[in-house]
Design a protein. Structure first.
Lengths: 365, 365
DNA sequence: GATCTTTGCTAAACCGGTTTGCTAAACCGG
DNA sequence: CCGGTTTAGCAAACCGGTTTAGCAAAGATC
């Protein structure tokens, strides 16, 4: 079999083909599409005719090369996309971003590490600007992103002066969540953090710089106010997924912990805890209270509906996109904008005062 | 104020700059990165040195122009992205796709109509191939997509000979769902379809060609077998979102319908019905049985856990991506592959035999 | 009817890289 | 010291468009 040219779909028509076929120059063809007024209407029409016949569509890459702009925004996730999409938070955020990109005629490219390297991924990415989400300051790739030299908006990340940034008041939200449990009378709490902890050893190091750090700070402030301390093992790491939360709580239970309240830094993990509780025969909120974080739509459907900290996820996406587009448009307000959106506690049915603890006894393993 | 050059971030270094600075030709710079063996090691090193100093990164668009490939796959949705992301199904599917694109070093671009035109969006899209999802045959843009002349894999859509396609056995799944309710004894059923109905008037027109058509066929087969008919208004349209399902069921209720069982074509809408039922004080499954479709992760967290038809959504995404990549790689198996994945009923707790109906009476409006 | 302007289109440069063909210098054996 | 092979690097063509500068013919002006 003849290897080449045989089964190639149809060697895409180029502008030169149209020009030849129509008996005009390449420039004329370009004009026919982009500035028809420079051509006799009749000529323009004929050229377009030929173009359609040949199925000609201007090569977008070539066009971009001269245009200098790509009309595409990137969403950069330092985690594999599959992992990112596993947390409904991400889709909700993307929903917000896409609302405005779509409206402005921009495409949306999802960028994640290529063979482990975010830098390499960025080098291949065809975008005018990028929204960075989920990047903690301790991430090794931070610097390379920073130096890419492309307009950037950071979400929930430490602000860099040269880039825009948008975040929510994590600490206030976490504070409200913890206070809520404490006010209800809970004293034995379990905290579920997200992701590979930045802070195995020094949990308080540079709090302000990571989402986890800021939320933990809120929890701690409340605990301090009520003079409550977290027992050993009272802080557990749970990936922000259903499975993550479920597994983390089960493990804590196996380790003998018997908290009456759980503070989860994500709704996804909180939903997992709900599942784990059902598994263990615990009634929520009678035996166990749970507070999540994010206020995802699914919190209204869980059993029971989840008490959680609301943050305007969708709006965060919208604002990030708008901010980035603003930074891209030449004249207008420069980069470096910073915004912090509010959070607030939403009390549903997964929290209640702790039961009179019948006994301190444990251990039926 | 000087208009140009004043506040431009930093005019990105081009290959010519590096060449000049290093005292070599553009070709040498290119070689230093792409085929260093053609240069004296020492020279290559020096060039790379200069490049780093200048912060040079080869312009991805220019590179693509010559390379001829973009290393990017597109996911095409005929609906606005915001709407697509509102159904967790979409994120799950994307999760599957991204697993393989990421592994193969491909980027992922989400394409949706630009100012209402899918064709225009496709014209701007920089991709090697595209996965089309959610496109029903009745969609006006079908033909333009078809003619784009770019490798394509169709998901859940009518198969075109020249393109790959992947689907699931919708009819069998729907059949099993309906049979389940009928076997439990239900006779008053409500069907929730998705999206703007293709078939307001002729619901059976070209069943095989759309997801809705195929699922409806399954429902009908079961109904026919049990000689049950759907009452007037027994088919309701509900967008595949939480709100969509909730609103649709409430409306049906207001219209005086009192089904004992609901067949929903999406889990998202089914979850909404759960919510509506709670609102109306109906106990699920005692007063109302519900069967969804998709088997999304959230079905395990709803109250009660949802009986639904499982389809391998994530795998569908993976297979679609793999199929597309296969069609892209030159030598190997050509386009036109077709696959159908299986579905199966998963019984959880949202279905039970109907209560002895106290009265046939209705209408408390 | 000669000059000026406008109209309609083309040739060539350009965007920023990659790749091919070629040459000059260094190296080699005899 | 000469012809043949390698090595190292350059100039130019190319990818597929857009855009600028400019030319020839037609129309306007007097």
């Amino acid at each position: 079999m003849d290897k080449r040219g045989s089964d190639l779909p149809t060697p895409r028509a180029r502008i030169a083909d149209v020009a030849r076929e129509a008996g005009v120059s390449k420039a004329a063809v370009s004009f026919a599409f982009n500035s028809p007024e420079r051509l006799k209407p009749q000529t323009a029409e004929r050229i377009r005719q030929v173009a359609t016949t040949l199925g000609y569509r201007p090569h977008p890459v070539a066009r971009m090369l001269t245009a200098g702009s790509t009309a595409t925004l990137g969403i950069l996730s330092p985690n594999p996309l599959a992992q990112a999409f596993a947390n409904p938070f991400f889709a909700l955020f993307a929903e917000g971003v896409s609302t405005v990109t779509e409206d402005r005629g921009f495409g949306l490219l999802f960028i994640s590490p290529l063979h482990g390297s975010l830098e390499r991924a960025m080098d291949r990415a065809i975008v005018d600007g990028v929204i960075v989400i989920g990047l903690d300051h301790h991430h090794p790739e931070v610097e390379s992103i920073r130096r890419i030299g492309i307009p950037t908006v950071l979400v929930d990340a430490p602000a860099w002066p040269e880039h825009g940034a948008i975040a929510v008041d994590d600490t206030a939200g976490a504070l409200a969540a913890a206070k809520h449990l404490l006010e209800l009378g809970h004293r034995d709490l379990l905290v579920l953090t997200m992701e590979p902890s930045e802070s195995q050893d020094q949990p308080d190091g540079d709090e302000a710089l990571s989402v986890m750090g800021r939320r933990m700070k809120g929890y701690r402030l409340a605990l301090a106010e009520y003079e409550v301390t977290l027992g050993a093992g009272g802080i557990r790491q749970a990936p922000a997924t259903f499975e993550g939360g479920e597994a983390a709580f089960l493990r804590a239970w196996e380790d003998g912990l018997r908290p009456t309240g759980v503070l989860s830094m994500s709704d996804a993990a909180a939903a997992g805890v709900l599942q784990a509780a059902r598994h263990l025969g615990l009634s929520v909120p009678n035996d166990l209270s749970i507070v999540g974080f994010d206020d995802l739509p699914l919190t209204r459907f869980t059993d029971p509906p989840l008490t959680t900290v609301h943050q305007p996820v969708r709006r965060k996406g919208e604002e990030a996109a708008r901010m980035l587009l603003r930074a891209l448009s030449p004249g207008s307000g420069r980069a470096g904008e910073h915004r912090v959106l509010e959070t607030r506690l939403v009390v549903r049915s997964s929290t209640a005062p702790p039961k009179q603890r019948s006994q301190e006894v444990i251990g039926d393993g």
